[in-house]
Design a protein around this ligand. Structure first.
Ligand code: DP6
Length: 350
């Protein structure tokens, strides 16, 4: 560091989770994290579910470290190091001397989710998006969002979609492989999302291992990639652009169901949903039947927790029916799709 540089700097940011309505499941390149298909997601706002990360660089630090939800993270070490080394490469090639200097320092990361980690609620998505965004702020990188999206992808595939707000598509054939917005959240302000936390426990088989097993063993996944998902992505994009809730809901539910069918077709099979998840699916279909139209949609990631979409006009009615059946009202996460902004930034602290 030069004489007038600070000895220690910190930056704190938050990043939201995103929920896929066309799922990513399966990689063509496991090291680079290149998906087999495009996926589409909605970035939720940061009122309820987010990751908050503080990154500190200091001349005093002797090694890089990461503390995730009060525990030293060990299992994710390689991906963390991949992200970090990609960011350092960018910083080292900066035209600003201070950024180059910072890239040489060790980093301490402290990251906290305010929702169940590894329970199929996109914790790695917000986690790595937040990590990359925070480091980019700290190093004062002048990177474009899409550049950061590619960096977050190296941490966890779905994380590349959390760098943008609103409706986002991750392109499997783009070079570099990144996610870009389809539409701002304000495009469809009536759309709402409820998150029903069915279980707080970590999944038995993580997404990385689960999808690798599906790629090796599931004929249904092969069929999906060849014959289903390309058209479905286009239909979903159209439904979003036209704010066609019925089509959006139908595709969302069908894609969630196909994903979980692939999990069952995987050998040995993957069970992510439980009997409560299935009861929620039945409730939604019965509710739509009684309302004589598709008013609510469900989707489940690699876990039993439900994400429910509906338009604002339906929110209270559905929430009270849900409460009558399950005795609780799901977390309401108003879908506004804010992009992750730094909430606090403490710089030049010695
Ligand atoms: C079911 O992004 O967690 O949530 O890239 O191996 O880290 P890795 O997997 P991850 O997988 C998410 C899968 C999903 C569907 C989705 O978000 O599209």
């Amino acid at each position: 560091m030069s004489a007038d540089s600070p000895r220690s700097q910190s930056c704190t940011c938050i990043a939201p989770i995103n929920i896929a309505v066309i799922k990513y499941w399966g990689k063509s390149d496991e090291d680079q994290i290149i998906p087999l298909n495009d996926s589409i997601s909605l970035t939720l706002d940061t009122d309820y579910m987010y990751t908050k990360t503080t990154a500190t660089i200091s001349t005093e630090l002797t090694k890089d470290s990461i503390i995730l939800n009060n525990e030293e993270a060990s299992g994710d070490g390689v991906r963390f190091q991949n992200c970090l080394s990609e960011i350092r490469k960018l910083a080292a090639s900066s035209k600003h001397a201070s950024t180059v200097e910072k890239s040489k320092l060790k980093v301490a990361i402290v990251s906290q989710n305010n929702f169940p980690t590894k329970a199929g609620l996109a914790s790695s998505a917000s986690g790595y998006a937040c990590l990359v965004f925070t480091l980019a702020q700290l190093f004062e990188l002048e990177s474009h969002k899409s550049e950061l999206s590619a960096l977050a992808r190296r941490g966890s595939g779905s994380a590349c979609r959390s760098l943008s707000g609103g409706f986002v598509q991750w392109f499997h054939e783009s070079q570099p492989c990144v996610a870009r917005p389809i539409a701002e959240a304000e495009h469809w302000p009536q759309l709402r999302c409820l998150v029903a936390v069915v279980s707080n426990t970590s999944k038995a088989v993580g997404s990385t291992e689960g999808m690798s097993r599906s790629v090796k063993t599931s004929k249904l996944l092969e069929y999906r990639i060849k014959h289903v998902v390309r058209d479905r992505v286009e239909e979903m994009k159209m439904a979003i652009l036209q704010k066609d809730f019925v089509k959006f809901a139908e595709l969302t539910m069908q894609d969630s169901n196909q994903f979980h069918a692939i999990c069952l077709d995987t050998y040995p099979p993957l069970f992510y949903m439980n009997s409560t998840s299935q009861a929620i699916i039945q409730l939604v279909h019965r509710y739509n039947e009684i309302r004589q139209n598709i008013k609510v949609a469900y989707t489940f990631d690699a876990g039993p927790n439900a994400v429910l979409f509906m338009e604002e006009a339906e929110l209270n009615r559905f929430a009270s029916v849900f409460h009558a059946f399950f005795g609780s009202i799901p977390h309401e996460s108003f879908f506004r799709g804010k992009i992750p902004d730094p909430v606090d930034s403490t710089k030049d602290v010695e």
